[in-house]
Design a protein around this ligand. Structure first.
Ligand code: G6P
Length: 606
């Protein structure tokens, strides 16, 4: 995800900012930029690609400014090019801003500002905020930011400079992290501690709704207009730990970021009161003509796609086929002008998925890529694109990208259900309400992760695991088994619980744990029968069920409870404990869970 750094002090700001940006590189980015105030004017430099390209641009410039901001951008709204790189400016060139997150209502505001003759030079949502401040600047810089903040909705971390008041940086946080580094006669603002840790280990973390005014020797914080004090903490992390924000592994950091990834992916794509969903780069008229959907993916993305099949068939009454890309490539699928092709991929670079689409795209009526990496091959190849906003994922095993794919696919299923006239606005509204609840529920699940760690301790020496689920929880069983296999090297298989009697039941003994995903849904009774069949043969059961289900105690050896929600939405809550179980077992076995052997994050060879 984007990286933010700001500096105010007595030293030249540019070297500090470039240093900070390099420390934020691990977050992933596709362009970088810097803006300083010098002699009452803003100087700005931006470059596509690596930070070294930016350094090349500023090498010959005598940059004397002692206040400045810098940004690494991971494209979300608009391509990864120089025009879209931050910092952005207003019309007068006196206000400059860097931003992390999404301004949900940017489109409306942009239209309003266009009517007031504002000219925009980028496709970003960020740029509108500089222009919005410009509208109110007669009130003074601080007041103008306060007023502008009241106009926007969404998730953001913003850092702003104004050439008229070169003694201050203003920062605001809502949903995206911001931390102030408190130095002597100098202060920093950043999205993460490593960018200033070399210069100060005193950090003040901002909270949602905070707006901070940072001068060389003072920090004042207000929350929704009222002055507040925020604790200054001494950070004891090493630089490596700091990049992981104190987490032991990127994988755990990313599991913990899932609530945010989910939120970022759904935000800005619905109008709850109207029960409406929209996707910026998808043509609804084309979808109306569709009679069949074919989804293609690999690995974890395939499991997200598989879950979508159940939803789309239920909500839109359209037949959905899900294929593993490597198989589809060499088969003869029936694809015609009434077929919608959907590619699901984190990287957008998986060779099998790309190749499968090369031949099929021409035959299909319409095609959409659901991808995380903006500008990736798949995102450019198909007719439409839906970006998942998971941010960069560093751990090889997909976690938050899976969650954000599910977020996009749940929304898509409701969307196409509506387009096909099978769902009414009330149903979609209820769906949106459920989706909105998910981030909060995931956060609650993360608070209870220690109980899963204890369970992992109990089972980490096992050599085989079986995972079972039914209906939409079946793909979750596949994903749970895949996660365990990938990062603990324990042999694990996922099965449709109804298939148990056709093979895996032969494996029942006291050595193989059976993980049953069994929320109280329409098929609950059926899965309980499967559980009882294993119990009768002295098998071990770990059950995942919802909290209000008290009777599971009778059947299971261990239970992982998930929060109650409308039954279609359980998979979103099942994913978290399955990932945590795999993670803790892998860690207990001493495996480098971020880089498990033989696996690659992005498989670009066949
Ligand atoms: C590799 C990764 C998996 C990922 C799969 C598909 O196997 O290790 O985590 O699910 O590729 O990648 P994609 O980028 O297409 O989602």
């Amino acid at each position: 995800m984007c990286g933010i750094i700001g500096y105010i002090g007595e030293e030249k700001a540019a070297p500090r900012i470039i240093y900070g940006l390099k420390k934020l590189e691990y977050r992933g980015y596709d362009s970088a930029g810097i803006a300083l105030i010098d002699s009452g004017k803003i100087e700005r430099f931006r470059a596509k690609g690596r930070i070294s390209n930016l350094e090349e641009k500023i090498k010959r410039e005598p940059l004397k400014g002692v206040i400045g901001i810098g940004h690494t951008r991971w494209a979300t709204h608009g391509k990864p090019n120089e025009e879209n790189a931050h910092p952005h400016l207003d019309c007068t060139g006196r206000i400059t801003i860097i931003h992390n997150g999404i301004i949900e209502n940017y489109f409306e505001i942009k239209e309003e500002l266009k009517r007031k003759k504002h000219k925009f030079t980028s496709e970003t949502d960020t740029e509108i905020f500089a222009h919005l401040i410009e509208e109110y600047l007669s009130e003074g810089f601080e007041k103008a930011v306060e007023t502008a903040l009241k106009r926007i909705r969404g998730m953001y971390a913003m850092v702003i400079l104004c050439a008229d008041e070169p003694d201050r940086i203003i920062a605001a946080r809502q949903g995206s992290p911001l931390v102030i580094g408190i130095g002597r006669g100098e202060n920093y603002i950043a999205s993460d501690v490593p960018s200033f840790l070399k210069f100060t280990n005193r950090a003040m973390f901002l909270e949602d709704g905070d707006m901070a005014v940072i001068t060389r020797d003072k920090v004042t914080v207000k929350n929704r207009g009222k002055k507040v004090s925020r604790q200054v903490r001494n950070i004891k992390w090493s630089a490596d730990q700091a990049e992981k924000s104190g987490y032991a592994h990127f994988m755990m950091k990313e599991i913990s970021e899932q609530a945010q990834a989910f939120e970022d992916t759904i935000l800005g794509r619905f109008n709850e009161s109207r029960g409406e969903i929209k996707f910026e780069h998808v043509d609804a008229k084309e979808l109306k003509k569709i009679k069949k959907i074919k989804i293609v993916a690999c690995g974890t993305s395939y499991h997200a796609a598989y879950a979508a099949k159940y939803l789309i068939e239920k909500y839109a009454a359209v037949s959905v086929e899900v294929d593993v890309a490597s198989e589809l490539r060499y088969s003869n699928p029936v694809v015609d002008k009434e077929t919608l092709l959907l590619a699901v991929s984190q990287s957008g670079e998986t060779i099998d998925t790309i190749e499968a689409f090369k031949s099929l795209k021409q035959k299909a009526g319409y095609s959409i890529a659901i991808v995380n990496v903006v500008g990736s091959t798949l995102s450019r190849m198909l007719h439409g694109v839906i970006y998942t906003h998971a941010g960069p994922e560093i751990g090889v095993a997909a976690t938050k990208s899976f969650m954000s794919q599910l977020a996009a696919l749940y929304l898509f299923a409701l969307y196409i259900g509506r387009i096909k006239g099978k769902l009414d606005a009330k149903f979609v509204r209820r769906g949106i309400q459920n989706l909105r609840k998910i981030p909060g529920l995931i956060r609650i699940q993360m608070k209870e992760k220690r109980s899963i760690e204890r369970l992992a301790g109990k089972y980490s020496k096992k050599r085989d695991f079986l995972y079972y689920g039914r209906n939409i929880s079946y793909p979750m069983a596949l994903e749970g088994a895949l996660k365990l296999k990938e990062i603990s090297y324990i042999h694990a298989e996922g099965y449709a619980a109804g298939e148990m009697k056709h093979g895996p039941i032969a494996l029942v003994d006291d050595r193989v744990p059976n993980v049953f995903i069994a929320p109280k849904n329409a098929l609950y009774e059926k899965i309980v029968s499967n559980i009882q069949e294993i119990k009768a043969r002295s098998g071990t059961i770990i059950a995942i069920t919802n909290r209000s289900n008290k009777e599971m105690k009778k059947f299971a050896d261990d239970i992982i409870y998930i929060p109650d929600i409308d039954e279609d939405y359980y998979p979103l809550l099942e994913a978290v404990p399955l990932q945590l179980l795999a993670y803790y077992i892998g860690v207990k076995k001493g495996i480098d869970v971020d880089k498990p052997r033989n696996l690659a994050k992005s498989v670009t060879v066949e």
